[in-house]
Design a protein around this ligand. Structure first.
Ligand code: PRX
Length: 664
């Protein structure tokens, strides 16, 4: 199978077909036609505060807010000022006196096939217990903890326990290395790390505690490491414990009660930090606060997924990324929904695992990434065809642009042309979904995220801030789930997101096209961030690692399009003259190993090309555009500004030689 990754520009210029929601879907849907969306959107944009206040009012507040939005300190916005609430309370306690109390909150299947169901009542009990353990370790409101765990219910429980007592969580995706953990723990000054002895992936038990140990050794801020056991009853799989610092959860939990009232949090108290990549070597600690994030996660889950009482919602994202925060944990539980969680890989023990899970648990809404969809396509139509997928009523896509071919395959082979597909554009920084077809209302076009969510004033602007049909994606009005800053770096927050148009609008870092129907087509990042399999990686982070190798003089890493991963990383590396004659394969392995230990395996480049020079302008700026042209086998763009135009031919030749040797 050959998957084509057409760019949004190619797609939008082709006469793209429009898909209307099926009659069956509309019958049950909360909103049922385009004019309903248009009327509600129009109102919500005329008066966003009224829209968001109405949504917030569906949740519990210990004390009402004074001002829905305070924009007097732009770009430092506050939402629901002086209001008091608690996210854990709204996800759990709010449902306990309703019929939701005994409904499944989390249905879990581990990779080895172990099953668990936690009702809202069970989850409440577990979260209270966990919160008591955290308090027993001396943690207080306003402290930060890092969480490094596999996709098991305890991960969701840990988040909710932190939120319950006002402890800020900083989840670190389980694929990050020890050194990446160290950097994030030190930056956030985390007092505790919550982890697990390990988790299952493709039939193997992957130990996690050792990775955490190496990460926190140089972190004086860490007073405790709280360790959960993946299987309470397994023997012989003990992990190293440092006396005085490390605490087994199952031992600490024996001494606590299952009662713990939720603390009253100020709407603007910090809820979590989540590190993401930007255009420098240092990841950004994105700050999210309580009341606004909660309202945004609640409303977007309700409308985008048309969440109904009987739904079983499966978002395949890891809780280590923002999608997991907002749409595995907070959004669905705020809505009293049933979440399905799976620990392992989609291709274990065979390529049909996801479809078998959908059939077994009667999943009704399935939300995944285009990279996964392209992998399903490659594995073959026969795998989904072996399972009964008729429980599904809605499909979603997130994290990267979806190519029309993958969209059409998803629509036909998973949705059987009766499930609307919501292609949702948003970011770690936005907290929740921003552009999406509200299902039942908005006809879809394969490859387009369609129209903005209620209350979101999205636009495509040119460099000067004028509306344009091809330009940069901007958000012109504040929204409640927006980031409140970058932890410890106010200046970077202002520069990155608010300097493009003189502080007027939020700059997302994405390019976009707006078609004649006003539909948005995201064309990808316009900064040095690359989206590999839906994982956001800053090219500068890799360059910072390479330069630490004594053989390397300089490097430039770029993102090139890839038929499965969306984008892939290609590194062009100049060696120091002292490195002449060095075994290139050995050095390549060494550089890859460095990326693995300093960032994580998932950030390994697809190719490392040793080159004599990089294409630079006379002022010394690297022309990455030309490197992308070479990597994507395109005609070179304008080279007249290059200091030495001959250099690109030398690079092209090295790249071709590497490709031939690796494919031989
Ligand atoms: O480039 C956009 C892409 O992912 C970036 C945000 O990445 P992250 O903060 O890791 O959050 C991912 C999950 C929300 C965006 O700047 N992106 C995300 N969703 C889409 C997308 N690109 C196109 N279409 C989408 N639906």
């Amino acid at each position: 199978m050959q998957t084509t990754l057409l760019s949004a520009t190619d797609t939008v210029t082709q006469a793209s077909k429009t898909f209307s929601p099926s009659e069956n879907f509309i019958l049950r849907a909360r909103l049922k036609n385009l004019s309903q969306y248009q009327a509600l959107y129009h109102q919500s944009i005329e008066n966003p505060e009224a829209f968001w206040a109405a949504e917030a009012n569906e949740l519990h507040w210990f004390k009402p807010w004074k001002h829905t939005l305070d924009d007097s300190k732009k770009p430092f916005f506050s939402w629901f000022t002086e209001g008091k609430t608690n996210l854990s309370y709204n996800c759990l306690d709010r449902h306990l006196n309703t019929q939701t109390r005994n409904k499944a909150a989390i249905i879990f299947e581990g990779e080895p096939g172990d099953e668990r169901v936690l009702t809202y009542h069970d989850l409440h009990r577990e979260v209270c217990r966990f919160a008591n353990v955290l308090l027993g370790l001396g943690l207080e409101k306003g402290d930060t903890v890092a969480i490094y765990m596999p996709m098991v219910p305890e991960l969701a429980i840990a988040l909710l326990a932190c939120a319950r007592i006002g402890v800020i969580h900083s989840v670190i995706f389980g694929g990050f290395s020890s050194e990446a953990i160290r950097d994030r723990v030190l930056d956030a000054r985390s007092k505790c790390v919550i982890t697990m002895d390990g988790g299952y992936r493709r039939g193997k038990f992957l130990p996690l505690k050792e990775i955490v140990d190496a990460g926190v050794a140089p972190c004086p801020c860490v007073k405790h490491v709280l360790v959960l056991k993946r299987h309470r009853d397994t023997v012989g799989r003990d992990c190293p414990m440092t006396p005085g610092r490390d605490v087994w959860y199952h031992e600490a939990t024996a001494r606590v009660t299952t009662h713990r009232p939720a603390v009253e949090m100020d709407a603007e108290d910090m809820l979590f930090l989540l590190y993401t990549s930007g255009s420098t070597g240092k990841p950004k600690g994105i700050m999210h606060t309580t009341g606004g994030y909660m309202t945004h996660a609640y409303a977007t889950t309700k409308y985008t997924f048309d969440m109904q009482a009987e739904d079983v919602f499966w978002c395949t994202a890891d809780i280590g990324w923002v999608t997991g925060h907002s749409y595995v944990v907070y959004g669905p539980l705020l809505n009293g929904a049933t979440v399905f969680m799976y620990e392992g890989a989609p291709d274990w023990p065979n390529h049909g695992r996801y479809w078998q899970l959908i059939e077994k648990y009667g999943v009704t809404i399935f939300y995944t990434a285009p990279t996964a969809i392209r992998a399903f396509m490659k594995w073959g139509d026969e795998w989904p065809a072996q399972s009964n997928l008729t429980s599904l009523r809605l499909l979603g896509s997130v994290g990267e642009p979806i190519n029309p071919e993958a969209w059409l395959w998803y629509n036909k082979n998973i949705g059987f042309e009766r499930c609307p597909i919501v292609d949702t554009w948003w970011q770690t920084e936005t907290g929740g979904i921003m552009i999406t077809p509200v299902p039942g209302c908005i006809p879809t076009k394969p490859g387009s995220a369609t129209l903005p969510f209620f209350g979101i004033d999205a636009a495509v602007l040119d460099e000067e801030g004028n509306p344009s049909d091809h330009g940069l994606l901007a958000i012109r009005k504040p929204w409640p789930g927006m980031l409140r800053g970058i932890y410890g770096d106010t200046e970077r927050y202002v520069r990155t997101y608010w300097s493009k148009w003189g502080g007027k609008y939020y700059f997302a870092g994405d390019g976009a096209i707006r078609d004649q129907d006003g539909y948005f087509w995201i064309t990808g990042r316009v900064d040095d961030v690359v989206n590999v399999s839906g994982h956001r990686i800053g090219t500068a982070e890799l360059e910072a690692v390479f330069i630490e190798n004594h053989a390397v003089a300089e490097s430039a890493v770029i993102g090139a399009s890839h038929e499965l991963k969306g984008q892939t990383l290609i590194a062009f590396v100049i060696l120091k003259s002292i490195s002449a004659g060095i075994d290139e394969n050995w050095l390549r392995n060494d550089l890859n190993r460095m990326i693995e230990t300093k960032i994580g395996k998932f950030a390994r480049p697809e190719a490392i090309v040793f080159v004599p020079d990089l294409p630079k302008t006379r002022s010394g700026k690297i022309m990455r555009r030309l490197l992308r042209d070479i990597a994507e086998h395109r005609e070179l763009g304008n080279v007249t500004t290059l200091a030495d135009p001959a250099v690109v031919e030398a690079i092209r030749e090295r790249f071709a030689r590497l490709k031939t040797s690796t494919s031989a």
